[in-house]
Design a protein around this ligand. Structure first.
Ligand SMILES: *Cc1c(COP(=O)(O)O)cnc(C)c1O
Length: 374
């Protein structure tokens, strides 16, 4: 069995350090918003080259507190993509705003920047581009539209820590960046965790208050906040892991290049496209294939842990029924939802395993084709 991700291999590399860091926290008696949170905030702000980094309980909280900090809520519209994990649009719903879904670019799977402008109304307050699979969005075009229409940009960089657009880390280009440390992310902790980044001191201060019951000073509450603190154990683990992120992302890129090479003579497998001037970090290695559902089943039967990200686009999810969007509203999103499949991808996957994944995928596609023609 070759899994989509094998976290145990990474643990074998850093487990000793993680265990020491965790025991140190246990013995310290300081478990919430202590030294590790403080230091990790500084370290990751420096890594990303951004002024402020606020540690939070999850990427979902980063997204919804980003909207809160910008006073976006009831009666407002936020433009985003339906080709993403539900947390992106969920955050818009949590604050009472309305998600406006715009179609994607078929090559990058990211928001089609050209189509954003048509979706803008007097109610539009922000755009949330998602750097899906670790692939940076075309930020110049998005920032230009935002500037011309006076909109905020909140980057969902949950899958893209370390990815770059024109030499800048994603999540530091818009007004706010949102990151997740969910265990399967490129920088994952051993529980839940998230981060909000910004170059605005006002936004930083507001989110610091919002994450801790709406007050910067203990027992002084200025507004309704939440409890979204990152605990010290998770912060300590992240401090151990952060120094490895560049090396891990580099390995993901090498593995992606190896897959590309393995598929180069196979016209049925459409490999990922990289935009010029971007550094993709391959949170997923996602290809497009024919007879996708059948091939997916065969792959699983043959011990290849391929996954579908995501099987149902957000505008067709029950939670969004109230928007009245039916099949056909976002044709590129819908078409690609039926074509994509993500293959095992993690820094430690071996060339032999990748060869086995590629050979099996090609064989499975052939099998479904002969069945169709028979
Ligand atoms: C993981 C993820 C989130 C949510 O992060 P959590 O930490 O799980 O709350 C949001 N957006 C995208 C694109 C993600 O992949």
């Amino acid at each position: 069995m070759i899994p989509i991700l094998d976290s145990k291999r990474q643990y074998a590399q850093i487990g000793d350090k993680v265990e020491k860091a965790v025991v140190d926290v246990l013995r310290s008696g300081s478990y919430i918003l202590g030294e590790n949170n403080k230091e990790f905030s500084k370290e990751i702000a420096s890594y990303l080259d951004v002024k402020h980094a606020v540690t939070l309980n999850s990427g979902t909280d980063a997204l919804h507190l980003a909207l809160r900090a910008l006073d976006i809520g009831e009666g407002d519209e936020v433009i985003s993509t339906a080709f993403t994990f539900v947390a992106t649009s969920e955050a818009i719903g949590i604050v009472g705003a309305k998600p406006i879904f715009v179609d994607i670019n078929a090559d990058t799977f990211n928001l089609d920047a050209e189509k954003i402008e048509n979706a803008i109304t007097p109610k539009t307050k922000a755009i949330i581009p998602v750097h899906l699979y670790g692939q940076p969005c075309d930020m110049d075009v998005i920032m230009d539209i935002a500037k011309r229409h006076n909109l905020y940009v909140i980057e969902d960089a949950c899958q893209a820590i370390g990815a770059e657009y024109k030499g800048k880390k994603v999540g530091t280009i818009g007004d706010i960046g949102c990151f997740s440390f969910y265990p399967t992310k490129n920088l994952g902790t051993m529980g839940d965790g998230g981060l909000l980044t910004t170059n605005s001191t006002a936004i930083n201060d507001r989110v610091i208050a919002l994450r801790n019951h709406g007050g910067a000073i203990r027992y002084h509450h200025d507004e309704i906040g939440v409890n979204s603190r990152l605990d010290e154990i998770q912060a300590a683990i992240l401090r151990v892991k952060l120094p490895y992120i560049n090396e891990w992302n580099k390995k993901r890129r090498e593995n992606a290049a190896r897959y590309n090479e393995l598929f180069k003579d196979c016209a049925d497998v459409q490999t990922p496209v990289e935009l010029d001037n971007t550094y993709c970090v391959y949170h997923q290695y996602t290809v497009k294939i024919p007879n996708r559902d059948e091939v997916h089943k065969l792959l699983l039967d043959n011990g290849i842990g391929a996954m579908l990200y995501y099987p149902i686009p957000l505008h067709l999810q029950k939670v969004h029924n109230y928007l009245g969007l039916t099949e056909g509203t976002l044709p590129i999103t819908e078409e690609n939802t039926k074509l994509v499949i993500s293959l095992p991808m993690f820094p430690e996957i071996t060339p032999e395993e990748q060869k086995q994944v590629a050979d099996t995928l090609i064989a499975c596609i052939e099998k479904t084709k002969s069945k169709v023609s028979a």
